[in-house]
Design a protein around this ligand. Structure first.
Ligand SMILES: NC(=O)c1ccc[n+]([C@@H]2O[C@H](COP(=O)([O-])OP(=O)(O)OC[C@H]3O[C@@H](n4cnc5c(N)ncnc54)[C@H](OP(=O)(O)O)[C@@H]3O)[C@@H](O)[C@H]2O)c1
Length: 285
């Protein structure tokens, strides 16, 4: 066990805040960093990186959405004496050929895997928590999720499991050096099945509707998403429809010694917390 400080990037995000909590419970000193965290860290401001990296033993790296910056970051980490890097990448990072989608992940992996430091890469599937803490939440609350996803199922993974895996790797120096873990949930579900479970557990009529990638781009742009970003997100669904990342793996069970959490387990927790209820209109509004 190392008692050195772990720098947690993306510390306000879905995985980072859960990883930070686990490390603190374990007794590992944590430096929580992001643009709005106690330690300010901005991928677009390399001048601030050395202060965040000072006296750090290990880094949980949540990479930026553009290719490039992780190379410079890894060089700084090497220069100031960091020993270990754990990168949050994503399923398919190595399978999407020349596609523009995933270039950010591939660039981050190249930087981390090419470093002289001890490294581990985590490649999770799409997160369960996208349905209540991220992009799918508002459409579900409104009653309909429309995506360019059909019959190819996705082995959604619970972010609590991703955080358990990251914390295990970060607190077991040496055991996971040079490993790439493909992390999935226990079974693959179509988006229609996922929304059906959410609808049942929340006691509300919530529908899933399949749309074309072009319709999805148009819908995202109408919501204010930039055209390039909209095409980028839509491309992910086109790639998922190819079925390259639909299989489940045993990596999480091998890493943690237990089965991954089910989607149903996630749905009942989130529904009980009121995730998909319409807000009550307050009097006079
Ligand atoms: N969602 C999925 O299904 C999924 C699946 C596999 C892999 N991934 C990967 O997971 C990563 C996202 O991780 P997450 O879901 O834990 O985070 P998240 O919930 O998307 O939150 C993003 C985090 O990054 C920070 N951040 C944003 N812009 C930043 C900048 N310019 N400089 C420094 N920090 C910045 C944010 O905090 P501040 O706003 O305070 O800066 C926040 O803590 C992405 O790389 C994505 O590819 C996601």
């Amino acid at each position: 066990m190392s008692n050195g400080t772990t720098l947690v990037l993306g510390a306000t995000g879905k995985t980072g805040r859960r990883v930070a909590a686990r490390l603190r419970l374990h007794g590992t000193p944590v430096r929580a960093a992001s643009r709005s965290s106690p330690t300010r860290f901005d991928w677009s401001d390399p001048g601030g990186w050395d202060a965040a990296l000072r006296d750090v033993d290990a880094v949980y790296v949540v990479a930026p959405g553009v290719p490039g910056p992780v190379h410079g970051f890894v060089a700084r980490a090497e220069a100031v004496g960091v020993r270990r890097l754990v990168l949050l990448s994503g399923r398919g990072a190595d399978t999407w050929g020349d596609s523009a989608f995933g270039l950010d992940m591939r660039s981050a992996e190249d930087a981390v895997r090419g470093s002289a430091l001890e490294w581990t890469v985590l490649r999770p599937s799409n997160f369960n928590q996208n349905f209540d803490e991220d992009v799918f939440s508002a459409p579900l609350v409104a009653g309909e999720l429309a995506l360019p996803a059909g019959e190819v199922p996705e082995p959604f993974i619970d972010v609590e499991d991703v955080a358990d895996a990251a914390a295990a790797v970060l607190t077991e120096p040496g055991r996971h050096a040079g490993r790439v873990y493909e992390l999935t949930g226990p079974r693959a579900l179509t988006f229609a099945e996922a929304v059906g479970l959410i609808s049942r557990a929340s006691g509300r009529e919530i529908r899933y509707r399949r749309i074309s990638p072009a319709e999805y781009v148009a819908a995202l742009v109408a919501e204010g998403v930039g055209e390039d970003d909209a095409h980028h997100v839509a491309e992910m669904f086109v790639l998922m429809e190819q079925g390259l990342i639909t299989e489940t793996t045993d990596d999480l069970a091998a890493l943690l010694g237990r089965a991954p959490r089910t989607f149903e387990d996630y749905v009942v927790r989130a529904a009980a917390a009121g995730a998909w209820q319409r807000p009550h209109a307050s009097e006079g509004s």
